[in-house]
Design a protein around this ligand. Structure first.
Ligand code: ZN
Length: 217
């Protein structure tokens, strides 16, 4: 790649420090697992976490970030107004890409960008998920089969209260019968946003090569 996008992987990084089973899956945190893959794929990649000053997202870091990944679950409300505003402006004004992962559907930055509740249904029952490609020409699907199958996942179901995506890339079906819009692209100002569903902390989802391929794409 010529001038590959510079990536920052943000994680609230709490589950991995509070729960031994999750720490076994992600000894250095989910952000480290994802960042290692992206670095290997050729993207200059750094990480940032909630506990760092300004959550690791000061002006300089964001200025040097072309794509920001966001994973959060327990501590959405602990993310400061300043950081939410800074990330928001960097997306809509400067065109930074934002990849919103799994439970970050409830992150302050995603809700701000969507303007809806971002509510959804969920069930934790270690059930099978099939992630179907519905936009086979989209670059996010490059090199992937038409269906990615995960044997054990948390279910997310419709209705997912988001605005209609500018492009829908993946739809998931679950063993329990629900469906979910799992891969959604949005334009906001100059920025591009991708919501990608897989990633519950108690399953090794971010070690799955096809999930990592989607994120890299
Ligand atoms: Zn989850």
């Amino acid at each position: 790649m010529n001038n590959p996008p510079r990536v920052t992987v943000w994680n609230e990084y709490l589950h991995e420090k509070q729960n031994e089973d999750i720490a076994l899956i992600y000894p250095q945190g989910m952000h480290a697992a994802i960042a290692a893959h992206l670095q290997q794929a050729g993207f200059p990649t750094r990480t940032a976490t909630l506990e760092e000053p300004q959550h690791g997202l000061n002006e300089n870091t964001l200025r040097e970030t072309d794509v920001l990944l966001w994973w959060g679950h327990l501590a959405h409300e602990q993310v400061s107004d300043d950081v939410v505003e800074r990330v928001y402006q960097r997306v809509v004004r400067d065109g930074m890409g934002l990849i919103v992962l799994h439970s970050a559907h409830f992150s302050r930055i995603f809700i701000r960008l969507m303007g809806t509740t971002c509510n959804l249904k969920w069930r934790e029952a270690a059930e099978q998920e099939k992630i179907w490609t519905v936009a086979p020409g989209h670059p996010i699907t490059r090199g992937l089969p038409e269906c990615i199958q995960l044997e054990q996942t948390e279910m997310y179901g419709e209705h997912f209260d988001i605005p209609a995506p500018d492009q829908l890339v993946f739809i998931s079906s679950f063993a329990g019968g629900e469906v979910f819009r799992s891969g959604c692209c949005f334009y906001r100002g100059r920025g591009k946003i991708f919501y990608f569903r897989p990633g519950h902390e108690t399953y090794p989802i971010y070690h799955n090569p096809q999930v990592l391929q989607v994120i890299a794409n």
